[in-house]
Design a protein around this ligand. Sequence first.
Ligand SMILES: Nc1ncnc2c1ncn2[C@@H]1O[C@H](COP(=O)(O)OP(=O)(O)OP(=O)(O)O)[C@@H](O)[C@H]1O
Ligand SMILES: [Mg+2]
Ligand SMILES: [Zn+2]
Length: 480
Amino acid sequence: MSIVGLPDTAVKESSERVSAAIKNTKLDLPLRKITVNLAPANIKKEGSAFDLPIALGILAANGLIKQDNLSKYIILGELSLDGRIRPIKGALSMAAMAKKEGFHGLLVPLENSAEAAVVNALNIYPVETLPQAMEFLNGTTQIEPRRIDTQEELFNGSSYEIDFTDVKGQHHVKRALEIAAAGGHNILLMGPPGSGKSMLAKRIPTILPSLTLQEAIETTQIHSVLGLLKNSSGLLLTRPFRSPHHTISDAGLIGGGRTPQPGEISLSHNGVLFLDEMPEFKRNVLEVLRQPLEERSVSISRASGSLTYPANIMLVGALNSCPCGFKSHPRKECHCTPIQIKKYLSKISGPLLDRIDIHIEVPSIEYKEFSSNSVGEASSKIRERVEKARKIQLERFKNSKIYCNCNMTTRQLKTHCHLEESSQKIMALAMDKLGLSARAHDRILKVSRTIADLGSEESIRSEHVAEAIQYRSLDMGNWA
Ligand SMILES: Nc1ncnc2c1ncn2[C@@H]1O[C@H](COP(=O)(O)OP(=O)(O)OP(=O)(O)O)[C@@H](O)[C@H]1O
Ligand SMILES: [Mg+2]
Ligand SMILES: [Zn+2]
């Protein structure tokens, strides 16, 4: 058997799997030379999903399957040597395409049927073996199409296993996270090891607005492309939280490869991308984040054309106070020199820092607080306030392309962030006395706007500005 039409290695090897599967399920493999032509010939064929359609095509050519039934369905699946059908990648996107092209239905491996069924109003037939697929196409076996009520799944299943009630103390950090969530601001957490930075970051998705169906489908689609969905759940029901290790490559982070695959930033789409130990990331890796953060999507161009993946994320960075980590620790001693500290912090470049609106210190909590029985506020309560503030923003930006304070342009800042005289005074004082830059000025304005929105206040008052100024500790130079 030979396969033509730009097959990659996995597709070429398909001939071995297909002939073994046909033989091992006691079906007839014609004793002639078989040429499988994958048309159109100019498009590269990748992956193992062609196994099942190739096998069925051969059986049909041999007169074992009714030809006209074949054309009604899109058929996908990898074959194992014994004829069982194994899962593939990207079933959701292919189901969406099948619906758009007006196909009657989709034959997919059982493991992929839930994700494919996310595309409602298309018949998704889960198949487990080659003979079963053949009998189905011949009408001798019925298969119940897989259905998923996406609305209901989302309604019932969108709860998190973690909650802000687990976090003791750290009230000012929680407040900063609430503001960040409310305005969609990127945030930087700074503090000694063990102070709870990772613990806090992981809980941010729990206070972001509830996932909409559209958002859930978008995010699921990206996870489907990489084959990362678990069998049972068709739809990703919660906002993603991704925490790549600092040794990650730039392609791993923003996407890449010969046929561009989505990276961590797209896997975090509609959720949180957490960069723990941010200064440890390679500089070029952090640099490539800048554009996607601005554009909320990633474009990867290749000779074969360019591809765009969505990347609407909240970036959360964490770093220690200094290379040893104990600079801001109440009792432990730090031996880092000012030069070492400066060098450590400077690894996060200015332009990237520019896209992070809020910096917050996370101190180690005292044993007294840690051992107390007081229970913190629940994520659901915080989320209610966040959603209220987001509603105000949706109304504010209804005639523009943005929907969050964090994305305001300089023009929009002028229109929506007018400062009263008392607020202007505080801002001027901060700029002069603390040596804040012009770029810090705009960040402060945006965050002030969000703080006012959280309080349902039309105008930005002096206390809003004063609070926002506190969230620029890295600019104030009182850190290094
Ligand atoms: N405020 C807190 N309330 C309850 N538990 C806490 C709190 N802070 C820290 N902990 C406990 O300490 C553990 C360590 O916290 P975490 O890993 O989040 O710290 P970290 O700041 O990320 O440290 P590192 O810099 O080493 O990554 C948590 O798993 C949690 O059990
Ligand atoms: Mg950590
Ligand atoms: Zn130190």
